[in-house]
Design a protein around this ligand. Sequence first.
Ligand SMILES: C[S@@+](CC[C@H](N)C(=O)[O-])C[C@H]1O[C@@H](n2cnc3c(N)ncnc32)[C@H](O)[C@@H]1O
Length: 400
Amino acid sequence: MTTADTKSTGAELALREFVKLASQPPAPGAGIPEDASPLLKNLWFSWNRQRIGFQWLLQQRCKKLRPRTEFLLEWAMTECYLLTGLPQHACVDLAVEYAKSHGGKEEAGFVNAVLRKLLREAPDATALSALLKDAPIAVQCQLPQALYERWKKSHGAQWTRELAELLQAPATVTARKRGSLTALPAPLNFEDAQKFLQESPAEFNPQEFYLQDASTLLAPALLNPMPGETIADLCAAPGGKSVAIAERLQNQGRLIATDSAEGRLPRLRENLAGCAIAEIGVQDAAHPTLPKESLDGVLLDVPCSNTGVIRRRPDVRRNFSIQHLQKLMEIQQEILEGTAPLVKHGGRLVYSTCSIEDDENITQVKAFLQKHPEFTLEDAQQLYPTSTHDGAFAARLRRN
Ligand SMILES: C[S@@+](CC[C@H](N)C(=O)[O-])C[C@H]1O[C@@H](n2cnc3c(N)ncnc32)[C@H](O)[C@@H]1O
């Protein structure tokens, strides 16, 4: 088999898996499986970053597309314009073959015509970007209209464009040396991290390093657990923040790390392996079973829209809707309400998200404080994504 044949077989496999994955209804949290092949992961991330533009270009050129055909065309666009590992003619041939075997001759002819016309109009990524100049601004920003409007209203058009541009880049990877919690770790970009992992496997001992975005350390830092305390992390899985809390507790005290999703517990257990004081289990934080006034500190890293981590989770664009945001806000309020009575007098509650939406962050905290004068706001910090870290929010409330 020649290298070209191998590439094309790999691409064909990835194409089949890609269309299957893309055809699943968008569901928050249901992204790419962790064990997906690197090729599929690369396809998935690249497609999600540019999909809004691809969709718009296809809508301008095709009357109505059935989802499978749309995903197939978008696969070809991702391969031809973004990944470029296969010659364009090979991509078109693969797409046409796929269309023929799944939809018959007519569909194959249609896919062939659309792709060849598009490639004549825009032979490369630069030419494709030029075609997008006529698109609405939200499309040029590769943002869902509703999210673009929200950000424009709260921060202005210029801010939104700049952030949208930043979000097109892959996320940086940060390796934190375990135990080094007081200072934010120096970030590594993706290439440096790969090099580090490849060249220093002996030095990269998972017991010693933890791959974690710097912004995720904000909430544990605000909680500031002290050895001997009873601390609960009630939306804990997969456990990035629990690990940071465990390190601060230094195996003295109690760490109750629970999550409502049983399927996410294995990762949590894996991450907390070796932490003798961890009590791991399933629990709904809106209706916790822990005794009242039993906690020195609690972290509520609640489910959210994830708009601060779009670089790491580009499919957030696909799942964002105002309706879903409102549903999340209700869940966040229920979790806050359910958990507040567990905090001891003098204890603290840290509320955090990886969202940059005020509605999920400071507005939630203010609404909670209105109803709970027994709590006082001590600190609140909103991080926006930068070239070195993601977006995140955390607020520390003290029970009087
Ligand atoms: C943002 S993630 C937590 C990330 C985690 N703190 C970390 O640092 O790795 C939110 C978590 O909340 C969990 N969750 C959602 N609703 C919940 C509820 N009612 N009670 C407890 N956990 C919940 C989800 O299963 C998810 O694991």
